[in-house]
Design a protein around this ligand. Structure first.
Ligand code: NAG
Ligand code: NAG
Ligand code: NAG
Ligand code: NAG
Ligand code: NAG
Ligand code: NAG
Ligand code: NAG
Ligand code: NAG
Length: 822
């Protein structure tokens, strides 16, 4: 800095110190400095530019935020990676060049500077009413002529009017990058970008992994987007030789919104300012559901959130690794039933209600019609599918444009009522085989069949018992489990012949259920004892010794709220586990059934609630090996003669060494509707993800409503419903009619409070199971739950999930299970 400008600087500083903190909406040649403590405020008063500290008070950042409505984030940050220590920061606009520079340390260190398009002598740096900070000529307000604007360099927030995408002329990419954490605005590894494919689409990335794909623009909306009943935003998508971008705008100009990438929850959240409540409300969040997991079902698989398991192969395809699909792992996706070669006679299967597949390998011609598109695809052996690029007016068959897909089709999702048509290349013989059914409603009817089959099966199926996990006994827990002597640990081995006769040669009449792991049969031993025999499928791929070792370890696990292993049977390829038989089936059989639920009084339910908590605590708390269940749900809680709960199905159980409280897996398995967000979307499991599932189970027991198929006019799911009633002070409405009259209201309210604590978004906010047991056991005051996470508070989206109704029969939820091979 030369001496003149230093003088000027000192002069301005002196001048400014005597002004109020907010100086105006702009820096000008007369007043080119913004020092820490001062701010610019947009002329409508909505936005403010200034210095702030998100974490340590000594770490200062220059940023923009909603004035008087500080939300969860500052909408823009200049020096994201380089905090200024102390209050020495000053933003300087060079009056001869326009250069914008952020200095610290008495103007000796450059912390950040703007990349200008061109020189702007005599410029103005102005904070606009939209939240955009622009550098322009004094006389020229034409947005085309801005030399620099903050909207071109987004942080973690998209505001209306901002562009997400590319300016190809200047090679500027505008992408959102979440903060590293709440206290550190430097970019985390969670981002939202526009992929510059032939058929462009926006994708959320976690590091170098695609995380959620929004699908390409189809002329009306992003291909993955459900129809909104009362949208608050309009969307605009532009793709031409100069620019490719996505933009939001407000339907009602008096609303305030921000679309924020959130590193800690791995979600993209749309916040809407609620004037009445004077706070930012979560309006929608993405991912919406488990099926949004990128490529969950692999090539040629599609995801349907309304059924379990959620992955299916497209018609004419089969799982490439059937064993893996049986266990819910969905590895390797699907392959054609019959190999297709170039030169084979082919046609196209018509799928509807689809989110279009990944567009990495695509080709587009916006002026072709569908028939031309088909011909084009037919002529190229590597063209696997085609679709219209503009479905506007396609209801009347007038869609337009052509997109072709080459290579495997990845990341398909069924979007009821809002998806679109996709035509997939098939052998002509395969299409003939399936006849006209391809034309319309193909998937719909398939879904209906699937649902029918599942519920039919459900009434026949009583429960699953699957148990393979490692355990070490915790000796200080004696009062809570039966004492066993060391020499008792030898597990009885049953003869195959004995099992054969006990189960009447595995007759169908004795079949109780089927899981990913094998089939469960009822049996009667010669001494008259009823048992449940789990016959492991041969594909479970375990060696005999391994199996034996595991079984011995399971046998050591003794607690009155865990189902008990009596022995096993190993002969040749046959491996079986023999469990005590539970005459009263599983919890879901009671709480979701109109007549059966009458049998479960509140006191019985309360016993179950406490028992499950104790069983889970026992799994979690073992001193040397913690066990994380990972698939706690109503159908995995079995009931004995006296309606005591016994947790079963440890197929997913994970053990962790001493201090470890969790882990991470790439293979997320479990049951949709019970999964904690960090587990469903990031594979992170812990004792706290089990606590989340427990919270859901609690809500189900109290309300008699099934989380997975919950359906209510205004609420997206059971959590949202419970939370709304809680906030409105109407929580008694949640109660199952069967217990309303007889229950102890204070106990019920306590349980609901606990359940809401268990389903908090952030694992740290959820209690451990031992605190849950304590909260249930004594009258200690409970903390108030914050707004639960994951699900959307009030999304005005019509998802016709309700069409499959909340069945009152004991619907089998087809557990997705697998022993974890170590
Ligand atoms: C991110 O999510 C966490 C936990 O839900 C919340 O506390 C925080 O305010 C959010 N931050 C942003 C920027 O949305
Ligand atoms: C403005 O920029 C010019 C050219 O880079 C430089 O010579 C001058 O010192 C700058 N002025 C200030 C006040 O930094
Ligand atoms: C001012 O901007 C020009 C380009 O516009 C750049 O070459 C120059 O280095 C900048 N000067 C300072 C002091 O940042
Ligand atoms: C800033 O730097 C100038 C010259 O290097 C020095 O004279 C002055 O004392 C410094 N001011 C402060 C507050 O450190
Ligand atoms: C400003 O914009 C107008 C209209 O787009 C254009 O004619 C003019 O050349 C621009 N001025 C500069 C300095 O780019
Ligand atoms: C826009 O929102 C404001 C405030 O929420 C409301 O008063 C007004 O009626 C809305 N206008 C329209 C056209 O919906
Ligand atoms: C796109 O399709 C139209 C109509 O079939 C055709 O005239 C045009 O040449 C095509 N463009 C390209 C680049 O293939
Ligand atoms: C899509 O089609 C509709 C009606 O056919 C037309 O009005 C609209 O301009 C098209 N959109 C694009 C982006 O081509």
């Amino acid at each position: 800095m030369d001496s003149f400008s230093a003088t000027l600087f000192a002069f301005n500083l002196a001048l400014l110190l005597f002004r109020s903190a907010a100086i105006s909406d702009s820096l000008t040649a007369q007043n080119p400095y913004l020092t820490d403590g001062l701010s610019l405020v947009s002329s409508n008063g909505n936005f403010e530019l200034g210095f702030f500290s998100p974490g340590l008070p000594t770490n200062r950042y220059l940023g923009i935020w909603y004035k008087n409505r500080r939300g969860p984030t500052s909408v823009w940050v200049a020096n994201r990676k380089t905090p200024i220590s102390g209050s020495s920061g000053v933003l300087v606009m060079n009056i001869t060049t326009g250069n914008l520079t952020l200095f610290s340390h008495n103007s000796t260190v450059v912390v950040w500077s703007a990349r200008l398009m061109r020189k702007v002598p005599n410029g103005v740096l102005q904070l606009l009413d939209t939240g955009n900070l622009v550098l322009r000529d004094r006389e020229d307000e034409n947005p085309q002529n801005y030399s620099w604007q903050s909207f071109d360099y987004p942080s973690d927030t998209l505001l209306p009017g901002m562009k997400l995408g590319w300016d190809l002329r200047y090679n500027i990419e505008r992408r959102l990058e979440a903060w590293n954490n709440l206290n550190d605005p430097s970019p985390g590894d969670f981002s939202w970008r526009m992929e510059l494919h032939e058929y462009p689409e926006t994708v959320m990335w976690k590091g170098s992994r695609k995380y959620v794909r929004h699908g390409p623009w189809n002329g009306v909306r992003l291909s993955s987007r459900p129809l909104a009943a009362a949208p608050i935003l309009n969307f605009n998508f532009v793709s031409n030789e100069n620019e490719v971008y996505y933009q939001i705008s407000l339907v009602n100009k008096s609303h305030s919104v921000m679309l924020v990438m959130n590193q800690s929850s791995y979600t993209r959240i749309l916040y809407l300012w609620s004037a009445a409540e004077r706070r930012w409300r979560v309006y929608t969040s993405l991912p919406r559901d488990y099926c949004d997991n990128y490529a969950l079902c692999g090539p040629y698989g599609y995801c349907d959130i309304r059924v379990t398991p959620s992955c299916k192969c497209l018609e004419g395809f089969k799982p490439r690794s059937p064993d893996s699909w049986k266990t819910g792992e969905f590895a390797d996706g699907c392959e054609r039933n019959k190999l297709m070669n170039c030169g084979d006679e082919v046609g196209f299967a018509h799928l509807n209600q689809m989110k279009l597949p990944d567009t990495t390998h695509t080709w587009v011609n916006k002026s072709m019609n569908l028939e031309e598109c088909k011909q084009k695809c037919l002529r190229d052996c590597s063209c696997m599918a085609y679709a219209n690029t503009n479905i506007s007016g396609s209801g009347s068959g007038s869609g337009s444009g052509c997109a072709l897909w080459f290579g495997d089709l990845i990341d398909l999702k069924l979007i009821p009522d809002a998806g679109q048509d996709l035509y997939v290349r098939m052998l002509a013989s395969e299409i003939v085989m399936h006849g006209e059914a391809h034309k319309t409603g193909r998937l719909n009817s398939k879904v209906k069949t699937a649902l029918f089959a599942i519920s039919g099966l459900g009434s026949a199926i009583l429960f699953f018992i699957i148990g393979v996990y490692i355990f070490k006994r915790r000796s200080t827990f004696e009062d809570d489990h039966e004492k066993i002597e060391a020499h008792d640990l030898e597990l009885p081995l049953f003869d195959l012949s004995l099992i054969n006769s006990a189960t009447d040669n595995f007759s169908l009449n004795n079949k109780l259920g089927e899981g990913g792991f094998g089939t469960v049969y009822k049996g009667k031993l010669t001494n008259g004892q009823d048992v449940a025999v789990k016959r492991l499928s041969q594909s479970s791929g375990q060696g005999t010794n391994e199996f034996k070792n595991e079984v011995i370890l399971i046998a050591k696990l003794q607690h009155r709220n865990l189902v008990k292993l009596l022995g096993c049977c190993i002969e040749g390829d046959e491996k079986m586990l023999v469990y005590e038989y539970m005459p009263n089936k599983s919890l879901d059989f009671f709480i979701f059934d109109k007549t059966q639920r009458q049998l479960l009084s509140w006191s019985k339910r309360y016993r179950i609630i406490c028992g499950v908590a104790r069983g889970l605590m026992y799994l979690h708390q073992d001193s040397r090996l913690r066990i994380i269940h990972r698939d706690l749900k109503a159908s995995n809680v079995l009931l004995d003669m006296d309606m005591n709960p016994k947790i079963s199905d440890f197929g997913l159980a994970k053990t962790c060494g001493g201090d470890q409280t969790g882990g991470r897996t790439l293979r997320v398995m479990g049951t949709y509707g019970y999964m904690a967000p960090e587990y469903a979307f990031d594979g992170q499991f812990s004792v706290k993800s089990d606590a989340f599932s427990y919270g859901i189970l609690l809500l189900e027991i109290i309300s008699g409503k099934r989380s997975r198929t919950f359906c209510h006019l205004n609420d997206q799911n059971l959590i949202a419903y419970a939370w709304r009633l809680w906030k409105e002070g109407n929580i008694e409405e949640l109660l199952d009619d069967a217990i309303r009259e007889t229950c102890s209201l204070s106990e019920v309210l306590r349980c609901i409070n606990i359940s809401l604590l268990c389903v908090q978004q952030h694992p740290n906010d959820r209690p451990t199971m031992s605190s849950v047991v304590m909260m249930l056991g004594c009258e200690i005051p409970l903390s108030q739950p914050k707004q639960p996470g994951f699900f959307i508070e009030n999304e005005a989206i019509e998802m016709k999930r309700c069409s499959s109704k909340d069945k009152s029969t004991s619907t089998n939820e087809l557990t997705i299970t697998l022993p974890d091979p170590r």
